[in-house]
Ligand binder design. Structure first.
Ligand SMILES: Cc1cc2nc3c(=O)[nH]c(=O)nc-3n(C[C@H](O)[C@H](O)[C@H](O)COP(=O)(O)OP(=O)(O)OC[C@H]3O[C@@H](n4cnc5c(N)ncnc54)[C@H](O)[C@@H]3O)c2cc1C
Length: 549
């Protein structure tokens, strides 16, 4: 979409009929705000939604060094963005400009409209998505400020956490940003305190943990103290699909995610084999839209929330969280996917986040701009990473142990690699050692057939060498195969842990009412589409289990 189209989608004008329909189904009455009065303020959660009847509402950004006007809503236009659906704090403020009359609609009433009036819902939802895109792409919007060094693993962790959670922020690199000294002085900190996180003129935190950061910026939603019909552990494609189908079919659904929604797919810069997206889409886009959809139907997403144990009581599953809390579920879906294997190379641990990466997104690409980078692995994720990085790095070396990329990678990706002049493939090759002082400077690679060694100067090694299931947190009652993947299906009727008179359903584990979907499941196809399909299917089985409970 070009900028003109994006602007018209972002700032539509409702006609009289649409406004009276909105006001009618939400019972909203006109309300007067005097010049300068605040309709909603930055940081506010569950803020109300306003349709302008007369006068103007100015949308103001206070996150940078000075106050900025982002937009002015005139009669027929409305306030708001995706925070209405995600329940996250507002990133801007709305101020009456002159006296203005508005229809004020609560967050809950807005959600109802979005579910029940498709014609208006489309206009509002598309505007919300387009507004967030405009803010994200705007060079003038600051958002949170992260001040830290490109060579600091904690700075990388904080940036990674914020970008995976789609929080708008600006990174001030201590190494080369001209404003660093002024900002450090302004916030009363020194370089040794970094990474620090600031919002507007306020210093929020010094080197926070992900959980502290999430609490400080208000993105961790509280969980209700009730029994959920369905608790999903993991918000990758499988978990998000289950959330959308579960919540839309009336199940009380909660999703618990340790890092950020999107899972492995969230770190893909181009998914080309997902049905319906012929030009491909980024994992982040897919996840962003799925989160909105899940929220729209009323699923509760809690991030970052690590589940570290399960216990069973009567027919219920007790889900223990790392903070000591317990969530009770009638049905549980294990959708914790898989984790990329660590590079077993001398020195690799020292450089995690400062030269060794397990994803290739813009966050990592910025750190390697114009340099030579090394991609390790011969699967599709390595191929995608190499193609993406070739657009940012000076050159990309793909290092594989085998002798033929076609054996492990889809041919469309191999062909793309062959056609990209700044990608070079090194077969029968492994990394022997990593070198550097504080941050990665070079790697020693060795040819397995000739024994020939070579040192390659590089600030970044991107590793995609297969994945292990994330199942170490599961109790013995959930049977796994020899590689640790969760077993499901009819065979488990013979399991000593199977306690029901009926047969296990297709995606059911050895414990009745506990299901598994996506990459974590034994025998699953490791693809976005199959994870989504299994997440959706699991909800059918949840209904079936609930009927017999
Ligand atoms: C770089 C890359 C590119 C890819 N590209 C493609 C592609 O183009 N096409 C394609 O079809 N497939 C692709 N894949 C594979 C695809 O992404 C996966 O098959 C898919 O993401 C699996 O989804 P999932 O929901 O089962 O698990 P995951 O995506 O692994 O998600 C699991 C989620 O569970 C969370 N979690 C784990 N343990 C816990 C816990 N104890 N408590 C709370 N949360 C937890 C994790 O943080 C994670 O978010 C790619 C994978 C990668 C890494």
């Amino acid at each position: 979409m070009n900028e003109h189209n994006l602007l018209s989608v972002a700032f539509p004008k409702l006609d009289e009929i649409q406004i009276s329909q909105l006001a009618g189904c939400t019972h909203a009455q006109p309300k007067l705000f005097r010049d300068g009065q605040t309709l909603f303020a930055v940081g506010e959660r569950n803020m109300n939604f306003f349709v302008v009847k007369s006068g103007e509402v100015e949308i103001v950004d206070y996150s940078g060094d000075e106050r900025k006007t982002i937009a002015i809503h005139r009669p027929g236009e409305f306030t708001g963005d995706i925070s209405h659906l995600t329940g996250l704090p507002a990133v801007v403020s709305g101020i009456a400009r002159g006296d203005c009359e508005v229809y004020e609609i609560t967050g809950d009433a807005l959600r109802q409209v979005l579910n029940q009036c498709p014609a208006i819902s489309d206009i509002i939802l598309q505007a919300f998505i387009a507004r967030r895109q405009l803010l994200r792409e705007s060079p003038n919007f600051t958002g949170l400020r992260v001040i830290g060094s490109r060579y600091s693993p904690d700075t990388f962790r904080v940036r990674d956490f914020l970008s995976k959670n789609r929080i708008l922020f600006t990174w001030v690199d201590v190494e080369n940003d001209p404003n660093v000294d002024r900002l450090l002085r302004q916030f009363g900190v020194t370089e040794s305190d970094t990474p620090v996180v600031a919002c507007g003129a306020m210093l929020l935190l010094r080197n926070p943990s992900n959980r502290q950061l999430a609490d400080a910026i208000g993105i961790r939603q509280p969980l209700d103290d009730l029994v959920y019909d369905l608790v999903v552990v993991g918000a990758g494609p499988a978990g998000l699909a289950a959330a959308v189908y579960g919540a839309s079919e009336g199940l009380r659904t909660a999703v618990l995610e340790q890092t950020a929604p999107g899972g492995q797919a969230g770190s893909s810069m181009r998914i080309e084999n997902y049905l319906g997206f012929p030009t491909g889409l980024t994992g982040s886009e897919l996840a962003g839209r799925a989160i909105l959809q899940a929220n729209k139907f009323g699923a509760r997403l809690s991030v970052p929330t690590l589940v570290n144990r399960l216990a069973f009581e009567n027919a219920y599953t007790l889900v223990r969280l790392d903070g000591g809390e317990t969530v009770t579920a009638k049905c549980l879906l294990i959708a914790t996917g898989a984790d990329y294997r660590r590079l077993g190379v001398a020195g690799a641990d020292r450089f995690e986040g400062t030269g060794v990466y397990y994803a290739a997104t813009l966050a990592e690409a910025h750190l390697c701009q114009g340099s030579q980078v090394v991609v390790v692995g011969g699967g599709n994720s390595a191929g995608q990473a190499a193609v993406f990085l070739s657009g940012h790095a000076h050159s990309v070396l793909i290092v594989i142990r085998g002798d033929d990329l076609y054996k492990s990678m889809s041919s469309y990706l191999v062909q793309r690699i062959e056609q990209t002049p700044n990608i070079e493939l090194l077969c029968n090759t492994t990394i022997r050692q990593m070198n550097g002082n504080g941050h990665l400077a070079s790697v020693d690679i060795v040819h397995s057939k000739t024994g020939e060694e070579q040192t390659v100067e590089t600030p970044g090694v991107f590793s995609f060498i297969g994945a292990d299931p994330r199942t170490s947190w599961l109790p013995p009652e959930i049977e796994r195969d020899g590689k640790g993947f969760v077993r499901t299906g009819a065979d488990l009727a013979r399991s000593p842990y199977w306690t029901s008179g009926r047969h296990p359903l297709l995606l059911e584990t050895s414990r009745p009412g506990v299901f598994a979907a996506g990459d974590v499941r034994s025998g699953s196809v490791k693809r976005v589409a199959s994870a989504v399909g299994e997440g959706a299917m699991a909800v059918q089985f949840v209904h079936e289990h609930l009927r017999h409970m």
